[in-house]
Ligand binder design. Structure first.
Ligand SMILES: Cc1ncc(COP(=O)(O)O)c(C=O)c1O
Length: 427
């Protein structure tokens, strides 16, 4: 079949929206009285509290707001350093800076996650917390990280923006540290276009065998959970116009995606973007390292409704993503020019990252074949337009992350077997 008659394959253009999600958006749109407040928010929070056996689960408008609230709840702010991996989204260091703290960048390991060896080298007296990102849904080396955190008395916050449903040695990723946050952005494991959740573990933050004066002055888990809730309750709901804009997103993409390879789909997308009818995942202020005035906010009920519909699909999506990855691994293992992460049991593989010699050429070839490959993290602080200096990244400080950024491509995983064969043929 000629390329232009085929549906576009893309891990970033609303990859997990199905027809029932579109209808749910229409139904939610028709109930304007429950766009902001409503029972779906409580149901989502309960689901997370139960699934992660957490002491608290509190929703926000995004993962970045959830992280900001966690830092505030643990009293992390001015004068404190937060260790975070390079090879991340600008939303993460920005949230650290919103809280008044300083991001300290750590290099990555072969799983694209924080490297425990570099982590230990970068710990100082100012270090208060580590953010552990499970990049692409591949679990980080938690045992080594938790040992280091305990030794240095640091709070561990798991960044589960990519890893809802993942496990690490049969334990649930997201329940291994002191707190965790999740994103329900348009291209995440499950999506409501925007949204985020913060959870606090049952256990208190680890205390090393150190004199009292040197210990982190962080509240026990129960107290942190209460603070998180107080922070949320003081925040406003997003405006009704903003909520309508997000409800429009799955509806618009239901039209755009089948037509994308025909020029008309691209034209519609471009027009909607220019008319400001579709929201951007990261706005211009954030690219400059500034805080948008309207954030953080609460999670609105209309988007919680979209997420409830997606939650029942978690298992099915995870099975499908893992099956695609098993196929990629099988066919790429004999290709010496392709480097891929070792198979990690328990990963959910939001995308499958591989390193190729000629990144740009592969991306162009894919485009011609009707496949839009993902570009996380072709810049160490993503997206490429970010002013890295403004967010405190010192060029050359994380050399491995910089090399990986020049060679990475992200393959889609939530696709059919036939589509996976097309991706492999293109690579
Ligand atoms: C690794 C990672 N952490 C955090 C975030 C922030 O999530 P959100 O977009 O919901 O604020 C993102 C966003 O893409 C991300 O990729």
């Amino acid at each position: 079949m000629p390329v232009f008659f085929r549906k576009i394959i893309s891990p970033s253009l609303s990859p997990n929206t199905e027809s029932d999600d579109v209808w749910e958006a229409v139904r939610a749109f028709l109930k304007p009285r429950s766009w902001q407040r409503g029972s779906a928010i409580d149901e989502i929070e309960h689901w997370f509290k139960d699934y992660y056996d957490a002491s608290a689960a509190v929703s926000f408008d995004s993962g970045r707001s959830a992280l900001y609230a966690i830092l505030e709840a643990f009293g992390i702010g001015l004068g404190d350093d937060v260790l975070v991996q390079a090879f991340t989204c600008v939303a993460v260091p920005n949230s650290i800076r919103w809280a008044g703290a300083t991001p300290v960048y750590v290099d990555i390991d072969k799983r694209f996650n924080i490297d425990p060896k570099d982590l230990e080298k970068k710990i100082t007296k100012q270090s208060k917390a580590i953010i552990v990102q499970h990049t692409f849904g591949i679990p980080a080396a938690m045992d080594a990280i938790l040992t280091i955190a305990r030794k240095h008395n640091l709070i561990v916050i798991e960044d589960c923006a990519h890893s809802l449903g993942a496990t690490y040695h049969n334990r649930t990723v997201g329940s291994l540290g002191d707190a965790a946050f999740f994103s329900f952005g348009r291209d995440k494991v499950l999506s409501s276009v925007w949204g985020g959740m913060a959870i606090i573990s049952q256990k208190s933050p680890p205390k090393a065998d150190q004199p009292m004066a040197e210990k982190v002055k962080s509240p026990p888990a129960g107290e942190a959970g209460q603070k998180l809730r107080q922070i949320q309750e003081k925040l406003p709901y997003p405006s009704r116009i903003w909520i309508v804009q997000q409800l429009f997103h799955p509806i618009a993409f239901a039209v755009i995606l089948p037509l994308y390879n025909l020029i008309i789909g691209k034209v519609i997308l471009e027009c909607l973007k220019r008319l400001g009818l579709l929201s951007k995942p990261v706005n211009d202020q954030e690219l400059r390292g500034e805080k948008p005035l309207f954030m953080p906010r609460r999670y609105p009920n209309a988007l919680a409704r979209l997420l409830m519909r997606q939650l029942v699909k978690l298992k099915r999506y995870t099975i499908k993503r893992r099956r695609t990855v098993a196929y990629y691994q099988e066919v790429f293992q004999s290709r010496n020019e392709i480097i891929m992460p070792k198979s990690i049991p328990g990963g959910v593989y939001l995308r499958f990252p591989i390193l190729v010699q000629n990144q740009e050429e592969v991306m162009m070839r894919a485009k011609r074949a009707g496949i839009l490959l993902g570009n996380w993290y072709t810049s160490v602080i993503d997206p490429v337009q970010v002013n890295r200096e403004n967010v405190g990244y010192i060029a050359g400080s994380c050399p491995k992350a910089e090399i990986y950024a020049r060679h990475i491509i992200n393959l889609p995983t939530l696709i059919s077997e036939d589509e996976a064969r097309r991706v492999v043929a293109m690579v």
